[in-house]
Design a protein around this ligand. Structure first.
Ligand code: NAD
Length: 251
């Protein structure tokens, strides 16, 4: 098992890619804390894992709340004794153009997607230092590496922040044996993508049209990349950006 005896927190673990990551981590021997605002869905994922013989717990977390991050870490340590892996996966999308994005929408997207990642790292790293090692995987996007006229500029800005924040934090903590890497998915078949497409515009279809592999990715196709970065197999990889996008960024 690739994560035997490791303790992992996955934010946004209640559905989509986060639930796939939680299930795969547990199958590989990790004790998983599923942290999300969606209690019922998160508890269902934890239940599915424990029914399968794995170890998981749902803990409610709004990633924008520093206080909730502090209590999440305290509870995780009291449950499982340490923290090895953090996946900052929780995120929200946007639909508006530069002109139509309100200040409130901008702040909300930046709070969840960028500040949430910062809080997660800020409060997890001290426990990882105590543990002598750690792996943090921050979920950015293909839109966090290149500009796009198709998506929301606020979303792109938040994911670009995740990309560079990850590299800077990786450099700061390389000597602590804490690895930080970002993952950049293309269009992945999750509730987020389904909710952002219908009736709005054909924007996700257009991204899909430009995706060389000609299909959406599955949550598992991203989760296996995250698993690799979380595991000791990636022990010399830090500050890297792993693109999982069906070839979009190769063009
Ligand atoms: P999703 O909407 O299906 O799942 C996101 C999860 O995050 C949900 O369970 C939601 O409850 C949780 N969440 C939202 N706000 C939160 C908050 N404030 N605190 C805690 N949890 C919160 O989305 P997904 O498609 O699985 O996306 C996962 C990540 O991948 C996101 O960061 C997203 O931006 C990124 N991403 C998605 C795609 C895609 O095509 N689906 C592409 C690139 C990047």
């Amino acid at each position: 098992m690739r994560l035997r005896d490791k303790v992992a927190i996955v934010t946004g673990g209640a559905r989509g890619m986060g639930s796939a990551e939680s299930i795969i981590f547990a199958n590989e021997g990790a004790k998983v804390v599923i942290a999300d605002i969606r209690r019922e869905m998160g508890e269902n994922v934890a239940h599915k894992i424990t029914q399968n013989g794995g170890i998981a717990e749902f803990i409610s977390l709004d990633v924008t709340s520093e206080e909730q991050w502090k209590s999440l870490l305290v509870r995780t340590i009291s449950l499982y004794g340490k923290l090895d892996i953090l996946v900052n996966n929780a995120g929200i999308t946007g639909h508006d153009s530069v002109i139509s994005t309100s200040e409130k929408q901008w702040d909300q997207i930046m709070d969840v997607n960028a500040k949430g990642v910062f809080f997660g790292c800020k409060h997890s790293i001290p426990y990882m230092i105590k543990n002598g090692k750690g792996s943090i995987i921050n979920i950015s996007s293909e839109m966090g590496l290149v500009g796009s006229a198709m998506g929301s500029p606020a979303y792109s800005a938040s994911k670009g922040a995740v990309t560079i924040f990850t590299k800077s934090a990786a450099l700061r903590h390389a000597k602590d044996n804490i690895r930080l890497n970002s993952v950049h998915p293309g269009p992945i078949d999750t509730p987020m993508l389904k909710e952002s497409s219908p009736g709005k515009s054909n924007k996700s279809k257009t991204v899909l049209d430009l995706t060389p592999m000609g299909r959406r990715g599955t949550p598992n196709e991203v989760a296996f990349g995250v698993l690799f970065l979380a595991s000791d197999e990636a022990s010399y990889i830090t500050g890297a950006s792993l693109v999982i996008d069906g070839g979009y960024l190769a063009q």
